[in-house]
Design a protein around this ligand. Structure first.
Ligand code: NAG
Ligand code: NAG
Ligand code: NAG
Ligand code: NAG
Length: 393
């Protein structure tokens, strides 16, 4: 091969091999500069949220992990459910990683990697009912984010770090991909959007942490053009123009089901878009800011205002009206959406901000908390949270 061609292929190789920014899933190094600065100055709401985080039982250096060889989510009538240990340890790894990043105190870093290392050598399988695919998605994206935060910690032995990467690549990611490809044996419309979204969030995060461009690109393309409910083009059921503001409000795929899942969808889309944004792919902007338009619809309805609704044919039958079930639910995670659209993009995020404020007003100390601040069941751990500290500009 002529020298210039081998130089070109070398350059192409090194570009793709160094394409990922680290840390670069939910948070970047630049984010931590901003966050530290606010905390040092005692600015609000950063200081209050930081104080809440440091008081969290999941952010203590004394945390002892309880890894399982098989994690079960969903009662299959044979095995007991034991997955709280996974979501609690994952929340702890993430909160400790954040605490280390902001304080530079290595005792938190050491506890975070101890949690990851102990799961990496113990976990063999994620089982249970179909709910095992919620476990692979939700705890996959969360654990990969904890690992990504620790990726530049000099105290993380490289073979231990590889063991965590192997666990994520060999146990979580194949379930994520299988779910996207096979939907547990059902057609594309069977599983509601959040099932896709958590598994896509996981593939993006694991792709970033393990520098796997193939995995990352697969998930990114699926979000953009995929055929099932979690993908942006399928998720949007109808667009409406809001009188007065002339903004577009978008009805999401779970509006007729319940508001617990409708709000979860927005939070998961926020995670997906934030992770891609930090790698230079702006999903937030795509389909004319679809994620904002859908968050505005959800926020407005959950604050008690009427929104238009179009009949949706779900796999469970026709949903003829928007669901009142769990309307006004306290779902953390909208800080991320408000910060991106309202502060970074300077778009009108009125209802998203208002819903964020409502959630904060109903949260400990009036700020967005995280795992452990919203009850002890799995729903309280679906969101990594602490957005009043981590995302506000
Ligand atoms: C931050 O909040 C804590 C707890 O409320 C308070 O004691 C402390 O004075 C605050 N820090 C600053 C710099 O204002
Ligand atoms: C990268 O991801 C792809 C798709 O998920 C997978 O098939 C492949 O094994 C992964 N590569 C490595 C080195 O783990
Ligand atoms: C909603 O608007 C977006 C952005 O213009 C568009 O891509 C999408 O197809 C619309 N969806 C529906 C269901 O009309
Ligand atoms: C669900 C819940 O706790 N809602 C409360 C949120 O805060 C408002 C205003 O403080 C209360 O009126 C709600 O009852």
């Amino acid at each position: 091969m002529p020298a210039f061609l081998s130089l070109l292929s070398f350059l192409a190789f090194s570009l793709s091999a160094t394409a990922f920014i680290h840390p670069g899933a939910l948070h970047t190094a630049e984010d931590f500069e901003r966050i530290k600065n606010h905390v040092v100055k005692g600015d609000e709401p950063w200081n209050t949220t930081w104080t809440l985080l440091t008081a969290s039982p999941y952010a203590q250096s004394s945390h002892q992990p309880s890894p399982k060889e098989t994690v079960y989510r969903g009662n299959n009538g044979v095995d007991g459910e034991n997955y709280p240990s996974l979501y609690k340890d994952t929340a702890a790894a993430y909160q400790l990683a954040i605490r280390w990043k902001i304080s530079d105190d290595k005792s938190y870093a050491d506890t975070a990697i101890n949690i990851l290392n102990s799961w990496a050598v113990t976990l063999k399988e994620i089982g249970g009912t179909s709910d095992k695919f919620l476990a692979s998605g939700i705890y996959g994206y969360q654990m990969a984010n904890a690992a990504e935060l620790m990726s530049d910690y000099s105290g993380w032995d490289s073979s231990d770090k590889t063991a965590t990467a192997t666990m994520l690549t060999n146990l979580f990611a194949p379930m994520n991909t299988r779910f996207m490809e096979e939907h547990n044996g059902q057609d594309y419309y069977h599983y509601y959007a959040n099932w896709d979204q958590c598994n896509l969030a996981s593939l993006l995060a694991i792709g970033i942490f393990t520098d796997n461009q193939t995995m990352y690109d697969y998930a990114l393309n699926y979000v953009r053009t995929g055929p099932s409910n979690g993908a942006l083009p399928v998720f949007a059921i109808a667009n409406y123009t809001e009188p007065g503001s002339n903004k577009v409000l978008t009805q999401g795929q779970e509006a007729g089901r319940d508001q617990g899942h409708s709000t979860l969808d927005m939070v998961l889309l926020g995670v997906i878009a934030q992770q891609a944004f930090n790698q230079g792919d702006d999903l937030f902007a795509e389909y004319s800011n679809e994620i904002l338009n859908a968050a505005e619809y959800v926020g407005k309805y959950n604050l008690g205002y009427d929104v238009p609704y179009t009949l949706y044919k779900s796999y469970q039958g026709d949903q003829t009206v928007i669901s009142e079930n769990a309307r006004g639910t306290i779902r953390p995670g909208f800080e991320l959406l408000s910060a991106h659209y309202g502060q970074i993009k300077r778009l009108d995020s009125y209802w998203t901000d208002a819903y964020r404020d409502w959630v904060n007003a109903n949260s400990t100390d009036g700020v967005e908390g995280g795992g452990g601040n919203y009850g002890s069941t799995s729903g309280g751990f679906d969101v990594l949270g602490f957005g009043s500290l981590l995302y506000r500009i």
